[in-house]
Design a protein around this ligand. Structure first.
Ligand code: P6P
Length: 336
């Protein structure tokens, strides 16, 4: 009988990685695991209940809020609010960040940012979607209310980051800066069980993910990279494949396991691209670096960017180290 290690057991076992940890981060991660199970239950039932279809309301991005978006946002906010481990939270679905005013929350050490249901436009077509989260130590004083500086820290300051992918199986993948581990939800016991220990992304890969519909409005360096991927090298017969699901978490997760690069570059219309730095790119950048990969905005490390606003965007090139480095070189050369 193989021994099953649940997420909670793993978190407690690894708490020793943090000599001064009081268990708060462990409890926060467990709270996120619970919220993910609640969202997973709803996502899996979406086809059976009247939860499909858009609500009238729109989110701060001006996107029509799918009912599951709002449900996932509420599930995560409630889990972390009542869990008492964070003094505030920010989400793609809300323009302002939340401050939690209970005494226990004001005394907590962390803040959390998340995209509750990334790729939600895929809900109605049954394509995998995901939750992405990022945890920072607060900058504001313990005992005070959270303030904006807590949410505008560089990605390099993250203490934990992860994602949940609601796909053919539901997985939670996270890091606390000591490697990356993946847990698969076992529905029969309702537990996330360790299934991918110490995940590493191959240094090289043959999968490139980009919306080629935008390619002509991307910079020459990006176009040069995609064209390079498409060439069939007579000697190596380089067999690159284009794989783009239109769901960041799904594309990222596949590339993390198989090797590959996901790109959402800036375009003529939107110089900063589409993805949000704080709760999409930074958490995935933390994970990919911990797994041996790279995450760049095309010119420099994503996690070195000093955020200036909560919902700011940044171009994203993330995945296998050698692939990211090649596209960075081609972008650097485009000005020569
Ligand atoms: P496009 C989903 O809206 C998302 O944020 C990512 O999950 C996905 O990779 C990307 O946008 C798709 O954007 O412009 O290619 O449809």
């Amino acid at each position: 009988m193989s021994s099953i290690v649940t997420l909670s057991e793993f978190i407690m076992e690894r708490q020793a990685d943090f000599p001064y940890a009081s268990g708060d981060l462990s409890r926060l991660l467990a709270d996120i695991g619970i919220a993910s199970k609640i969202v997973n239950h709803k996502v899996n039932k979406a086809g059976l209940q009247d939860i499909l279809g858009a609500m009238e309301s729109t989110n701060v991005q001006g996107e029509t809020q799918m009912k599951l978006d709002v449900f996932a946002d509420n599930a995560l906010l409630n889990a972390v609010r009542w869990g008492g481990q964070v003094c505030g939270a920010a989400s793609e679905e809300n323009e302002k960040y939340f401050t939690f005013e209970s005494e226990i929350c004001k005394k907590s050490k962390y803040v959390i940012l998340f995209d509750p249901l990334d790729g939600s436009s895929n809900i109605d077509v049954n394509v995998s979607i995901g939750t992405i989260f990022s945890v920072f130590r607060r900058k504001s004083s313990v005992g005070d209310l959270a303030n904006v500086n807590d949410f505008l820290q560089k990605g390099s300051e993250q203490v934990a980051a992860g994602y949940v992918i609601y796909g053919s199986s539901t997985m939670l993948v996270y890091t606390t800066g000591h490697g990356v581990n993946g847990f698969t939800l076992e529905p029969s016991i309702g537990e996330f069980c360790l299934s991918h220990e110490n995940m590493r992304i191959p240094e090289d890969g043959t999968i490139y993910s980009i919306n080629e519909g935008n390619l002509m409005s991307c910079s020459p360096g990006v176009q040069a990279y995609v064209n390079w991927c498409k060439q069939t090298d007579k000697k190596t017969q380089r067999p690159y494949s284009a794989r783009y699901i239109g769901s960041l978490v799904a594309d990222f997760h596949r590339n993390l396991i198989k090797g590959g690069i996901y790109m959402y570059p800036g375009t003529v219309k939107s110089q900063e691209g589409k993805l949000r730095l704080q709760y999409e790119s930074n958490p995935l950048a933390f994970i990919v670096e911990q797994a041996g990969g790279k995450a760049s905005d095309g010119k420099g490390r994503i996690m070195d960017i000093q955020p200036s606003s909560l919902h700011q965007r940044a171009p994203l090139f993330i995945g296998s180290k050698n692939m990211v480095e090649l596209v960075e070189r081609l972008i650097a050369e485009e000005n020569n």
